[in-house]
Write a protein that binds this ligand. Structure first.
Ligand SMILES: Nc1ncnc2c1ncn2[C@@H]1O[C@H](COP(=O)(O)OP(=O)(O)O)[C@@H](O)[C@H]1O
Ligand SMILES: [Mg+2]
Length: 436
C-alpha cells in the first residue's frame, strides 16, 4: 500500500483576504500529491489564530506562511518557538528579520560586487527616546557637514529610511534646500542618502518565492493597480538573468524565502535599490496578470517543503559567498554564475523542479481552470468591492477582469493543445508579448 502523509500549512495573516482565499482554494483543488518515491501527501491549510501558548505545546503545522510577525510580536514569538522547538518551516523566519532592512542587503550586495548606488548612512536628526542620548550624543556624536556629503554624492539623490518599506519617508532631493528640509523632517528615522539612478530605462521588480522568480516591469509613478506593466521580454536575456541571480542571491544569502526585490536598469547596468521585504505585496489588485503565477509558486514551494521534509536554514552562512566575492580571478559575470549555483544549492532548485514535474504535473492546468472559473471571478469582485469606492467598481472590474482574461488566454496558448507546458519565462511571463 502506498505510504501516506498529512501536512498542515498555517497562514498567519494580517488584513489580507484575497490571496489567502486563492491559496486555500488552490491547495484544496490540488488534491493528493504523489511524490517521486510514491508517497501520497495530503496538504491542508488553516489560518493561525493568536492565543496563549505553553512553550511545551506541540504545533500541528508543518509550515507557516507568515504575513504578520514583522509588526505583531506575540505571533512572532510563537513562530520562533515552533521553529526552534518543533522544526516548523517558515516563510519568512523571524530569525532572518534582524537583517531584513535595506541596509544589510546593500552591504551584502556591495561585498558580492553588485552595483548598489553610492549610499551614506547619516546619524539621526533628532534625539532618540533614550535617557542616555544627551550624554552619548555630546560625547560621541561627531559633527558632520551634510552639504559636503551631499555634494560628494551629487544631486539628485534619495533620502530614505535605512529599514524602508512602503515609501515611508522617501524623498527625492534635487538641491541643498530640499536636502535640509528632508533631513529636518526625518526626525527619529535613521536615513540613507543615496545617489539617484537618474534617467533609468527600466524599473524591474522581482518577486521571488523559494527558487521561483518573476521579474516584472514596474512603474512606480502609476497608481497601485497599474504599477506592474504586462510586458514580456523587456530586459535582454543577460540583464534578465542578472536580475534573477541578484534576487535569488540576496534571498539565499539571508535565508529569505518570500521577498520582492527592486532594481533599476540603466545603460545595461543593474542597480539594486530595495532588497528586503518580509511581507511582499501579492494582492490580486496589485499583481493582476501575475497573480496566478504568484499563487502557483507559493503553493509549489510550500508543498515541496512539506512533502520533502526540507529543513529550515535560518543562519546566514557567509563563507561560500564571500569566497566567490573575494576571488580576484573571477570577473562579475563569473561571480554571478557562481552565486546562482550557490542559490540553486540552497533552494535545491534541481530537486524542486524534478519534484514539480513528477508530483505536480496537473498544477498548471488546475490553476488555469480556476482562474477561468466563476469562483475566481467572485473572488476578484469581492476584493474590488472591499478595496475601492463603489463608483470605481465597474472600471476596476473591467481593468482586472481584462488583465486576468489576458493571462488565461496567454496561459492557454503556453500550455498548448497537447497541454505540454513550455517553460514559463521569468522575465515578465510567457512570450509572445502583449502590452496593457
Ligand atoms: N537610488 C535611487 N534612484 C532612483 N530612484 C530611487 C532610488 N532609491 C529610491 N528610488 C525611488 O523611490 C522609491 C522608494 O524607494 P525604496 O528604496 O524602494 O523604498 P521603500 O522601501 O519605501 O519601497 C523607489 O521605488 C524608487 O521609485
Ligand atoms: Mg521599494
Amino acid at each position: 500500500m502506498a505510504k501516506s502523509q498529512e501536512h498542515l500549512i498555517g497562514l498567519l495573516l494580517g488584513a489580507e483576504g484575497d490571496w489567502p482565499r486563492a491559496f486555500e482554494t488552490l491547495a484544496q483543488r490540488m488534491g493528493v500529491v504523489t511524490d517521486p518515491a510514491g508517497t501520497e501527501h495530503r496538504v491542508s491549510t488553516e489560518r493561525v489564530t493568536i492565543e496563549p501558548f505553553n512553550l511545551r505545546d506541540k504545533p500541528r503545522h508543518d509550515l507557516v506562511i507568515d504575513r504578520l510577525a514583522h509588526w505583531y510580536y506575540h505571533p512572532r514569538e510563537w513562530l520562533k518557538k515552533v521553529a526552534l522547538m518543533d522544526d516548523v518551516y517558515l516563510l519568512n523566519s523571524p530569525f532572518t528579520f534582524q537583517s531584513m532592512e535595506k541596509h544589510s542587503a546593500y552591504c551584502a550586495l556591495l561585498r558580492l560586487g553588485m552595483n548598489v548606488p553610492e549610499t551614506v548612512l547619516v546619524p539621526y536628526k533628532n534625539p532618540i527616546d533614550n535617557v542616555r542620548w544627551a550624554y552619548t550624543s555630546e560625547k560621541y556624536n561627531k559633527a558632520f557637514d551634510l552639504d559636503r556629503i551631499a555634494d560628494e554624492l551629487g544631486y539628485p539623490m534619495f533620502m530614505k529610511p535605512f529599514d524602508g518599506g512602503a515609501w515611508r519617508g522617501v524623498s527625492m532631493i534635487k538641491d541643498r534646500a530640499a536636502l535640509h528640509t528632508a533631513y529636518d523632517d526625518s526626525g527619529e528615522m535613521l536615513m540613507h542618502l543615496q545617489k539617484a539612478v537618474d534617467g533609468f530605462e527600466v524599473f524591474a521588480r522581482a518577486l521571488t518565492i523559494g527558487p521561483e522568480s518573476m521579474v516584472m516591469k514596474f512603474r512606480p509613478d502609476e497608481p497601485m493597480h497599474n504599477r506592474y506593466a504586462v510586458e514580456h521580454g523587456f530586459l535582454s536575456d543577460a540583464v534578465g538573468t542578472e536580475a534573477v541571480t541578484i534576487a535569488q542571491t540576496v534571498n539565499a544569502f539571508f535565508r529569505w524565502e518570500f521577498n520582492s526585490c527592486e532594481m533599476l536598469v540603466k545603460d545595461g547596468v543593474v542597480y539594486p535599490i530595495d532588497y528586503a521585504n518580509a511581507c511582499p505585496d501579492v494582492a490580486v489588485t496589485s499583481l493582476h496578470y501575475y497573480f496566478p503565477w504568484a499563487m502557483k509558486a507559493l503553493l509549489k514551494w510550500s508543498v515541496f517543503c512539506v512533502a520533502t521534509g526540507r529543513k529550515a536554514r535560518t543562519q546566514v552562512d557567509t563563507g561560500p559567498w564571500f569566497e566567490v566575492a573575494d576571488n580576484e580571478g573571477l570577473d562579475y559575470q563569473a561571480k554571478l554564475a557562481a552565486y546562482q549555483r550557490l542559490a540553486d544549492d540552497h533552494f535545491e532548485t534541481e530537486r524542486y523542479r524534478e519534484f514539480c514535474d513528477a508530483a505536480l504535473p496537473h498544477l498548471d492546468e488546475m490553476v488555469l481552470e480556476w482562474v477561468d472559473s466563476d469562483d475566481f471571478r467572485s473572488l476578484l469582485t469581492d476584493t474590488i468591492r472591499a478595496t475601492y469606492p463603489q463608483r470605481e467598481w465597474d472600471s476596476f472590474e473591467g481593468h482586472f477582469g481584462g488583465l486576468t482574461r489576458l493571462w488565461v488566454s496567454d496561459e492557454t496558448s503556453r500550455l498548448g493543445p497537447g497541454r505540454s507546458a513550455a517553460d514559463e519565462a521569468v522575465v515578465g511571463g510567457p512570450a509572445p508579448a502583449l502590452t496593457d
